[in-house]
Design a protein. Structure first.
Length: 336
């Protein structure tokens, strides 16, 4: 039996361990991918700290990692046009009986030497895009892309706000710039995150603790307030703050995940201004290929997004660094 190293989370005890496990064999319509790079997301931190629990995981343990790029190592029967050696990016989830299962949450992910993937969840990664940058497209880039273009449906020249300029939010700012939102206001308590917001294309970057925040956003939007506000932080206070600076027909899009309740402090204002609160999860299947094409076409550049590359054995350290913001990471990558 061939084996491989994998970073496994035992869900009942939330214990994370590097284990030697059986190397999977691809079944019909599947390939085995040699993992070259796997991103570390705050959702992984949430899975480990217990604030996020897999919905569909059949067993008690799972290999984490939903942002993966690699090369096809082995073909199962009926693997279609795929060939050994293809450079690929893996979709962060797949449909099973009409339900979206999330990779590295509901089934084994890519914090491992190898990962199984259904061929319909693979996209070719052009040679010009390094594996580390390709790996973060599913989720760190595709989730804000879905939030901005589909759920938030931002149109050119709309004033927008981005709360949380970490892995998702930094790309949210970049994507809003590409689609022509104006102005783009970023809000984050971290000075480093505010600096990168400006570098990634925000027009204004504010501290969430700034007592003048509402007045500053009012001035930046000519008094209209924001057309769309994005929670890319998963912090309850963000939602309440964003609601106060949302304009008429404004949409608050909840991307960040928290197990805390949501409160609309002024519900008369909310109804009077016909505002909306929209939940967002993942992205449409078209997001990853669209983003690969935008990156290959020079419209997007993820070279600033990779803050460090660590071996699998240091997965716990990578998680800790993201959790504590040590070194102000955008995305950390595990490389088996
Ligand atoms: N809905 C989805 O499909 C989906 C997918 C992936 C991740 N997520 C969630 O999105 C959130 C962000 O993930 P990430 O990997 O980008 O995290 P991250 O840790 O890289 O970034 C979070 C940012 O939020 C900032 N922040 C903290 N408190 C804030 C406040 N009060 N106001 C504004 N900013 C604040 C932090 O300083 C940090 O810069 C997490 O909750 C994660 O679980 C959701």
């Amino acid at each position: 039996m061939a084996t491989m190293r994998a970073v496994r989370l035992h869900v009942p005890t939330r214990t994370l361990r590097v284990e030697e496990v059986e190397r999977p064999v691809p079944g019909p319509g599947q390939v085995l991918v040699k993992v070259e790079a796997a991103g570390v997301c705050l959702s992984d931190v949430h899975l480990i700290d217990g604030s996020l629990t897999p919905l569909y995981l059949p067993g008690e343990s799972v290999t984490l990692g939903h942002e993966i790029a690699g090369t096809v190592a082995e073909l199962g029967p009926e693997a279609g046009r795929r060939q050994v050696g293809d450079r690929v990016v893996l979709q962060a989830g797949e449909q099973r009986d009409g339900i979206t299962w999330t990779r590295g949450v509901d089934y084994d992910g890519g914090w491992a030497e190898y990962a199984l993937a259904r061929t319909d969840t693979l996209f070719t990664l052009p040679d010009a895009i390094p594996f580390e940058q390709g790996a973060i497209i599913p989720d760190a880039v595709s989730t804000p892309w879905g939030a901005v273009t589909a759920t938030g449906a931002v149109r050119p020249a709309e004033p927008v706000g981005v709360w949380g300029v970490g892995g998702l939010g930094a790309h949210g700012v970049q994507l809003l710039r590409v689609i022509g939102a104006n102005p783009i206001v970023a809000v984050d308590p971290s000075p480093a995150a505010r600096e990168r917001a400006l570098a990634f294309g925000a027009d204004l970057a504010l501290d969430s603790a700034d007592p003048e925040l509402a007045a500053k956003i009012g001035a930046a939007t000519g008094g209209t307030g924001l057309a769309a506000a994005f929670d890319f932080a998963g912090v309850p206070a963000v939602r309440e703050q964003a609601m106060t600076v949302l304009g008429a027909h404004g949409r608050l899009v909840l991307v960040g995940l928290t197990d805390q309740p949501l409160t609309v402090a002024n519900s008369i204002r909310f109804s009077y201004l016909q505002q909306q609160i929209l939940g967002h999860y993942g992205s449409e299947d078209t997001a990853v290929p669209e983003l690969i094409s935008l990156a290959a076409g020079g419209r997007l550049d993820f070279s600033r997004s990779i803050s460090g590359v660590l071996p699998l054995e240091q997965a716990a350290e990578a998680v800790e660094r993201l959790h504590t913001k040590q070194g102000d990471p955008i995305r950390l990558i595990l490389k088996p």
